[in-house]
Design a protein. Structure first.
Length: 336
């Protein structure tokens, strides 16, 4: 074979390799997204909205496949962060509560009666405290991208109206797997019982537990009133922001343009879900009342009694969360 023919074959081979490389890089990539709730709830809808935006902006190159109901962690929602950090999960729209066992700084949002209203939530997540929380998450191998919202958590039970701490004496209340929740309800005289959401509804049905705490959206969509929860107290005792996030190795494998696209779509999906959740709140409350649930609204004096009863919880947990983060959050709320 002449030198010119050898060069021609070599050139063709190089061109073929380049085309193959281009073809492989252009192939669609699927990433898993974990959520605790399905798209019947705003939480699940946030993940689906993110997936829609990513498919649209990437023109199908990147597909987000949403796995609801904690499927990727066999129903144990408190394992989600660890699974994402280890690479078993690519992406997640997760709860600050469920991730708090691995990221203590996230307990900021679970401090009882610390964050009073939606404006305060926005001040905290959009301020220095929010940045410090994101830094804490990233230092543990997960890249936070945007905020969403599960909402303020309200208290329901099957025994009777609750308007004072003593009304909780001896009530068995289902709580998530966070020690802070155990301490909060113990301080109020209740008997907190940890269990996953998968197990909670059967336990409420059988009377194994007397009550639970969740945002109105969860109470409404899951029809918790149908499992004996006839009494609801609106006490806004804590807020549960959601966080859109990515596994560090997955994030590093993306080029800069795709990272920016993933972050921008997460922010957009989060803003959409927050607005939707808040807009639906009054209608959800009206629907719950229309189904015969007795709703208790606390007076300022009644609210203060719960604040006073949980002060020891703050004294125990602020050092664990980090005084700098708590102080930054308080400063942002004071300035709102």
């Amino acid at each position: 074979m002449t030198l010119s023919r050898r060069l021609t074959h070599f050139t063709v081979a190089l061109a073929g390799a380049a085309l193959l490389s281009t073809s492989l890089s252009a192939q669609a990539r699927e990433l898993s997204v974990s959520t605790v709730l399905s798209d019947a709830f705003p939480w699940g809808q946030a993940a689906e909205r993110w997936a829609e935006l990513v498919e649209e902006r990437s023109e199908g190159r990147i597909t987000l496949r949403v796995y609801p109901n904690s499927q990727l962690v066999s129903g144990d929602q408190t394992r989600e962060f660890s699974a994402m950090r280890s690479g078993l999960i690519d992406l997640a729209v997760g709860s600050t509560i469920n991730w708090s066992p691995q990221v203590p700084e996230l307990n900021l949002f679970s401090l009882p009666f610390f964050i009073p209203d939606e404006a305060a939530v926005d001040a905290v997540t959009g301020g220095e405290a929010g940045e410090l929380v994101f830094d804490a998450i990233e230092s543990r191998g997960v890249v936070p991208l945007a905020w969403g919202e599960n909402g303020f958590r309200q208290l329901s039970n099957s025994r009777g109206p609750i308007s004072a701490p003593e009304d909780l004496d001896g009530l068995r209340i289902r709580v998530v797997g966070s020690p802070l929740f155990q301490d909060t309800f113990s301080a109020l005289g209740a008997d907190p019982t940890q269990m996953s959401w998968t197990d909670a509804q059967p336990a409420l049905t059988t009377g194994a537990v007397d009550g639970q705490e969740n945002p109105l959206s969860v109470f409404d969509v899951a029809r918790i009133d149908q499992v004996g929860q006839e009494y609801l107290t609106r006490w806004n005792y804590m807020n549960d922001p959601l966080i859109f996030a990515a596994n560090q190795r997955v994030w590093d494998s993306l080029d800069e343009a795709d990272r920016e696209m993933l972050r921008e779509t997460a922010i957009e999906a989060g803003e959409w879900e927050i607005a939707m959740t808040r807009e639906q709140e009054p209608e959800r409350l009206a629907d719950i009342e229309a189904r015969g649930v007795t709703v208790t609204e606390l007076s300022d004096e009644q609210h203060q009694a719960f604040v006073d009863a949980t002060q020891a919880v703050h004294e125990k947990w602020v050092p664990r969360i980090g005084e700098a983060i708590v102080e930054a959050a308080q400063a942002s709320m004071d300035a709102r």
